[in-house]
Design a protein. Structure first.
Length: 435
C-alpha cells in the first residue's frame, strides 16, 4: 500500500516564488511534485518517480497479486520514459526551457517597466526641486541685498557678508563667519516666511558685532605685537602669518556672548584665544611657534636649524598633553596657560632626546646600512629616521598591544625606536608614513 507521506508529497504544488534562474529556471525544492522528473546536475541521471499518484493508486486497487502489480508498474514506467510520454526527459527539458524563456522575458519587461517608472518619478522630483530652489534663491538674494544695505557703513562689511552661493543646494547660501550663519539660520531656513523686521533685527545684531571688532582694532593684533610673553608672541606670529580674520571668524565661538564680553572688558587676548580654541590645530601650532624660534645665524647642517621639524615635534607634544581640546567644553584661559607650561617642560625633554637620538652612533650605522637598496615608495632610511619628529602610536592587531614611538623617545629607548624606524623603511604604507 502507498504510505501517507508519498500521497502527501506527490500532490503538493510548488509555489511560483520558488522558481529561480539556476538549473534552467526549474525550481528544485522539497515540495516538488514527485511525478516530475529531476535531472542530477552532476551525473545527468534522471531522478525521482515519473508516475502520478493516481496511477499508483489504480494499480494498487486493480491487482491483488504482487507480480501483477509489478508487471503493470513496469509497463507504466516504460510508457512514461518513451518519447511519446508527457514526462519523458526530452519533453520535460523543452518545457523547462520554454518556461525559463518566458520567465526571463517577463522579468526583463518588469525591470524595464519599473526602471522607466522610477526614472519618471525621479524626473518629476528633480523638476519640483529645481523649481523650489529657484524660488528660495530669489528670496534669499533679496534678503542678502537687504543685509548689504543695512551694513553699508560697516567697515567690516565684506568680512561679515562673505559667503558661498550653492546653486544646486536647497540651502542656497553658506556664510563663512559662523556667527553670521548662526544669526541668519532661522531666516535662511524659511526665507519665504521671514519678515522685514526679523531681517532688520538680524542685520543690526551682526552690524553691532563687527563694528565692535573694528572699534577695538581686533584684527590689527597690535595688543600683542610687542608682548614679552612668548605664548602671546606665538599667537601674534600665527595670526599675522598663518591665518586670516576670515578663518578666525569661522570659529564656532568667535562673536558669541563670552567673546564679545571679553572685548567690552578690554581683554582682546582672551577673546582671541577663545576663538582660536575652536580652530583645529591652531593652539598646537601657536605652541610650536612659541617654543621654536627661527635661527638664521645657525649653519644649515646644524640640528638647531631644523626649525620646521622641531615645530612638528612641538605640535605632537601639545596634542599629547592638551586635555580634550576639541571636546564640548571650551578650554579656559587658565587651563591653556597651565597646559602651555607643562608642554614647555615636556618639549624640552623631547627635543634633547631627539638630538641625542640623531647623534647616536647606532643611528649613523642605521643610515649607512644597505645604502644600495632603496626603500619602498621612494622612502629612504633618512625619511624613516626623520619620523622621530612626528612620533606616532601604533596598535598591534591580534595582540592588543601598542607600539608608541612617542613613549620610546620620551624614555630614551632608542633601540626600540630604531627597530620601529626600520619597519617604517621596509613597509612605509603599512604604518601610514611618507617622506
Amino acid at each position: 500500500a502507498l504510505c501517507d507521506k508519498c500521497v502527501k508529497f506527490g500532490t503538493t504544488k510548488v509555489p511560483y516564488s520558488h522558481f529561480s534562474r539556476f538549473q534552467q529556471g526549474v525550481a528544485f525544492h522539497q515540495w516538488n511534485l514527485l511525478m516530475n522528473p529531476q535531472r542530477d546536475p552532476k551525473s545527468g541521471d534522471v531522478n525521482g518517480p515519473l508516475l502520478e499518484v493516481l496511477e499508483l493508486q489504480q494499480i494498487e486497487n486493480t491487482f491483488a497479486n504482487n507480480d501483477d502489480k509489478k508487471s503493470a508498474l513496469d509497463g507504466i514506467v516504460q510508457k512514461a520514459l518513451s518519447s511519446d510520454g508527457k514526462y519523458c526527459p526530452v519533453h520535460y527539458e523543452e518545457k523547462a526551457a520554454a518556461y525559463h524563456e518566458m520567465f526571463e522575458n517577463a522579468e526583463k519587461e518588469a525591470d524595464e517597466h519599473v526602471a522607466a517608472a522610477l526614472e519618471k518619478d525621479q524626473q518629476k522630483y528633480r523638476e519640483r526641486r529645481d523649481e523650489r530652489i529657484a524660488k528660495r534663491m530669489t528670496r534669499i538674494r533679496s534678503i542678502y541685498a537687504s543685509l548689504e544695505d543695512s551694513l553699508d557703513d560697516c567697515p567690516l562689511k565684506d568680512l561679515a557678508l562673505d559667503c558661498k552661493w550653492l546653486e544646486s543646494d536647497e540651502r542656497c547660501v553658506k556664510f563663512t563667519c559662523h556667527i553670521v550663519e548662526q544669526k541668519l539660520s532661522n531666516i535662511i531656513s524659511a526665507p519665504a516666511s521671514a519678515s522685514e523686521r526679523s531681517i532688520a533685527n538680524a542685520a543690526t545684531s551682526i552690524k553691532q558685532i563687527f563694528n565692535t571688532l573694528n572699534e577695538k582694532n581686533f584684527f590689527s593684533f597690535s595688543y600683542i605685537e610687542n608682548s614679552g610673553n612668548r605664548f602671546r608672541r606665538g599667537i601674534y606670529e600665527y595670526c599675522t602669518n598663518e591665518t586670516t580674520p576670515l578663518e578666525i571668524m569661522q570659529s564656532s565661538i568667535a562673536g558669541d556672548t563670552h567673546f564679545m564680553q571679553a572685548l567690552e572688558e578690554e581683554k582682546p587676548v582672551r577673546a582671541l584665544v577663545r576663538a582660536l580654541n575652536r580652530m583645529r590645530g591652531a593652539l598646537s601650532r601657536i605652541f610650536a611657534l612659541s617654543v621654536v624660534r627661527d635661527n638664521p645665524g645657525v649653519p644649515d647642517g646644524d640640528d638647531e636649524n631644523r626649525v620646521e621639524e622641531f615645530r612638528k615635534l612641538a605640535e605632537v607634544v601639545w596634542n599629547k598633553k592638551a586635555p580634550n581640546q576639541y571636546g564640548s567644553e571650551v578650554m579656559s584661559f587658565t587651563i591653556i596657560k597651565d597646559t602651555f607650561n607643562t608642554c614647555v617642560e615636556e618639549f624640552r625633554t623631547m627635543k634633547k632626546n631627539v638630538k641625542d637620538y640623531l647623534r647616536d652612533e647606532h643611528t649613523s650605522r642605521f643610515l649607512e646600512r644597505d645604502t644600495a637598496i632603496a626603500g619602498r615608495d621612494n622612502f629612504s632610511r633618512q625619511d624613516a629616521i626623520d619620523q622621530v619628529f612626528v612620533p606616532k602610536t601604533h596598535t598591534v592587531w591580534m595582540q592588543g598591544t601598542r607600539n608608541s614611538a612617542y613613549d620610546h623617545l620620551r624614555s630614551r629607548n632608542f633601540e626600540s625606536l630604531r627597530n620601529l624606524h626600520e619597519q617604517y623603511f621596509r613597509r612605509p604604507s603599512q604604518f601610514g608614513v611618507h617622506a
